[in-house]
Design a protein around this ligand. Structure first.
Ligand code: CNA
Ligand code: ZN
Length: 237
């Protein structure tokens, strides 16, 4: 039996599948990840991306933060790929219970997924840091430089920057979903960003699958490892 067939069989045998993903899920939609050879960390900037998209830098250099953010992290025209679409289909069938994602691009929802736990927030939610008024992504993109609220406050994305805490409710819902899963598919993530990556340790079942182009620290624990493009893999399911 080849790997795709084994994956299909494992999904067939499961009743409560959870998917845990990262930036590699969206590279086939044209959004670069951080750690691939053509990812953001390989491109040269004056400062490393994790410095620019940190809380401290955002507060001290909002102009530069938003220049980088709008230019390198927002892909307004990106469309869901075969992985996003198949996950939405599995949820609609009642197979898959949750998508836990480190992505901030909103592509799972665009594909039709309902229960999406966004560990690092979303570029589609933005709010005024002074009065809390909510704003769309288009508002942020249309602003010249730092987006400002009608009250004068800075409008920031509801995205978890480096040095910032993850939302407790999202963490708790993710732990619950992963603990209850009878199959966990991990895909498109280097599993090096914490605390997000530690959540997979709440999985106690016997169907742990990894679909990732490069090796991860969890490969040795997995019941099935597929080293290939995730969109390509999911399009064959
Ligand atoms: P990462 O560290 O960049 O790792 C991506 C992983 O995906 C690597 O191991 C790649 O080998 C693998 N990969 C890349 N393309 C594919 C593919 N087509 N099929 C299979 N595997 C692939 O990204 P992580 O998500 O692990 O790191 C966490 C950061 C990245 C989170 O904080 C995200 O918010 C952040 N990020 C998000 C986006 C997005 O929302 N689309 C884009 C870039 C970065
Ligand atoms: Zn305001």
């Amino acid at each position: 039996m080849d790997a795709i067939e084994r994956l299909r069989k494992m999904i067939d045998e499961s009743k409560n599948v959870v998917f845990f993903g990262g930036a590699g899920v969206s590279t086939e939609s044209g959004i670069p990840d951080f750690r691939s050879v053509d990812g953001l960390y390989s491109q040269k900037y004056d400062l490393p991306p994790e410095t620019i998209i940190s809380h401290g830098y955002f507060v001290s250099h909002p102009e530069e933060f938003f220049r980088f953010y709008k230019d390198k992290m927002i892909f307004r025209d990106a469309k869901p790929n075969a992985c996003h679409l198949k996950l939405a289909e599995l949820e609609a069938k009642g197979k898959l219970k949750a998508v836990v994602t480190q992505n901030i691009d909103g592509l799972h929802q665009l594909a039709g997924s309902k229960n999406v736990l966004e560990l690092h927030g979303s570029v589609h939610r933005n709010y005024c840091m002074s009065c809390g008024k909510k704003y769309s992504l288009d508002y942020v993109l249309a602003a010249d430089g730092v987006p400002k609220c009608v009250c004068g406050g800075i409008v920031r994305p509801d995205v978890v920057l480096y040095e910032e805490m993850l939302d407790n409710d999202v963490i708790e819902a993710s732990i619950k979903a992963i603990s209850n899963a009878d199959m966990l598919i991990i895909g498109g993530t280097s599993l090096v960003v914490y605390p997000a990556a530690s959540l997979i340790n709440f999985y106690r079942g016997e169907r742990l699958v990894l679909v990732n182009k490069s090796a991860t620290g969890v490969d040795s624990r997995a019941d099935l490892v597929i080293s290939d493009s995730i969109g390509k893999v999911f399009s064959q399911l």
